[in-house]
Design a protein around this ligand. Structure first.
Ligand code: ADP
Length: 486
């Protein structure tokens, strides 16, 4: 389907604004789809941090307004030409000229997020019309874009411009659903009758994610295993029944990696470059990493790195609990992350308690992240659940051995290393517990201690190919099916 026209709606997109993996996907997938011949246009909010980038922008729509129950709300649309596709920024300062994307560490989520992101979704649909881009498929990502599917079904149902548009909703993380008071429906111009269990009501709230799951023609998640997991009560976050009901329309497509950004042979953000054929730069990167975190340069002491949101999902608390045992095994640990205040406080104290053993930065920093991928020996991902997980795929490329819990996309991408056969690309454990993590690390260290096995494992990790090309091809097939049906 080389002539597909796809409209992407995403609340974060690299390199403009990022808090997690969604941004990586929304920045890379359009590039690969366009290489396969599709025309992709991406719509995202014009946040303060996007403005601060001083990009070369063209005004696509100078002045427009949405008719909302609260009166006319003006916005403009700015266009940036990215690598093979256009990005349209929805600009309305009242909503998007703020310090953060979704909320602040101190104050929590912005109280008007329901209105902000419904406005983004509705204005994006109007912007498509405004720039004359009539999509074959509207592809929305996560709850921030999901209200678009309610507008398409209930407000724009008879609109000839969208008559032929199919729709796809991608769940990147089911735990974040966008829950708001029932008054939000009237405020954003959606029918109040949708406040019922079979539509958008969810335990007394309006659930934006339900709009994507219910009203998009197809729904997918970012790994095959996660698409099955979310149909169970354990992972379904209260929506498993609904997802089972929609299972005929639900699939899983593994995220990919943009190796133009994530490749130790070319990466300008890491201390020393290297390749599978010449790994010497990996030692240089390790030295650079240790220096960056103020740790002594002891090349033979293994380092386990983490780059992560500090959230219960990511199992950072499991690492906290296991920390003493991990140090007893002889490892150093380096953590870069932001998030949960309790975890931050625990780690800040632990850093004082274990000087020279624990490196910690509470920050969001791309260069430090790349340095950890390159300079660590192991990469820890003890997630309780993981829709796909990109960090294990990045660390593989950098020859850094993932130690992961067997869940979601982690289970789909990591195969346990078998020393005898020389197969596998990491280490997996089943139980979400400190004991299981430590025992898995013990196995990993046995291999680290045997240079021939370690070299085989390192080569295996670097040989893993999770390029976007394959996944983009799967998305194209899915778009094709959706288009046929619409
Ligand atoms: P999630 O989206 O659930 O946070 P993913 O593994 O899908 O998890 O993606 C996380 C992305 O965010 C990766 O690109 C990772 O490098 C990046 N990241 C997470 N925390 C930080 C941080 N503190 N600094 C820089 N990058 C980070």
């Amino acid at each position: 389907m080389p002539d597909m026209k796809i409209a992407f709606l995403a609340s974060e997109v690299i390199p403009y604004a990022k808090t997690g993996g969604l941004a990586d996907v929304a920045g890379a997938l359009p590039k690969f789809l366009s290489r396969l011949g599709s025309e992709v246009r991406v719509f995202m909010p014009f946040y303060r941090e996007v403005r601060a980038r001083n990009l070369p922008l063209r005004t696509a729509i100078g002045q427009a307004a949405l008719d909302t129950p609260g009166g006319k709300k003006e916005y403009s649309v700015l266009e940036h030409r990215a690598d093979g596709f256009s990005v349209y920024f929805i600009a309305r300062d009242e909503y998007f000229d703020r310090d953060c994307l979704y909320g602040t560490a101190a104050g929590g989520d912005y109280p008007d997020n329901g209105e902000r992101f419904a406005f983004f979704a509705r204005a994006s649909l109007e912007a498509m019309r405004g720039v004359g881009f009539s999509p074959d498929v509207v592809h929305g990502h996560d709850w921030q874009s999901a209200s678009a599917f309610a507008y398409l079904k209930f407000v724009l149902a008879d609109d000839p411009f969208f008559k032929k548009a199919g729709s796809l909703f991608t769940v990147h993380n089911l735990a974040y659903q966008g829950l708001f008071g029932r008054e939000v429906l009237a405020a954003v111009g959606l029918p109040e009758r949708l406040f019922n269990m079979n539509d958008l009501e969810f335990f007394g709230k309006v659930n934006y994610m339900k709009a994507g799951i219910l009203y998009a023609a197809a729904v997918n998640t970012v790994s095959p295993r996660y698409s099955r997991e979310i149909q169970t009560p354990e992972f379904g976050c209260g929506l498993d029944g609904l997802l089972r009901w929609r299972s005929h329309a639900l699939s899983g497509i593994l995220n990919g990696v943009d190796y133009a950004d994530w490749n130790p042979t070319t990466d300008k953000l890491i201390p020393a470059r290297y390749s599978p054929a010449d790994l010497s730069g990996k030692a240089g990167s390790k030295a650079g990493l240790l220096a960056m975190f103020g740790l002594r340069d002891e090349p033979r002491i293994p380092v386990a790195g983490m780059v992560t949101r500090l959230a219960g999902q990511k199992g950072v608390d499991i690492v906290c609990e296991a920390l003493e045992d991990i140090f007893r095994l002889g490892l150093k640990v380096v953590i870069l992350g932001t998030g949960d205040k309790k975890i931050q406080d625990f780690l800040t104290e632990a850093k004082k308690k274990y000087p020279g053993r624990l490196g910690l930065m509470i920050a969001f920093d791309e260069k430090v992240a790349h340095t950890i991928y390159a300079g660590s020996d192991f990469f820890l991902i003890p997630s309780r659940y993981e829709p796909c997980g990109l960090t294990q795929m990045y660390s593989l490329k950098y020859g850094t051995v993932p130690v992961v819990r067997a869940t979601g996309g982690l289970d789909d991408t990591i195969q346990d290393f078998e020393p005898q056969a020389g197969t596998g690309n990491g280490f997996k454990f089943e139980e979400a517990s400190a004991a299981a993590l430590v025992s898995c690390l013990r196995r990993a260290l046995d291999v680290y201690a045997r240079p021939d096995q370690w070299l085989t494992l390192t080569r295996n990790t670097m040989a893993a190919d999770y390029s976007w090309t394959r996944s983009a091809g799967e998305y194209l097939k899915l778009y094709g099916k959706i288009k046929e049906r619409s």
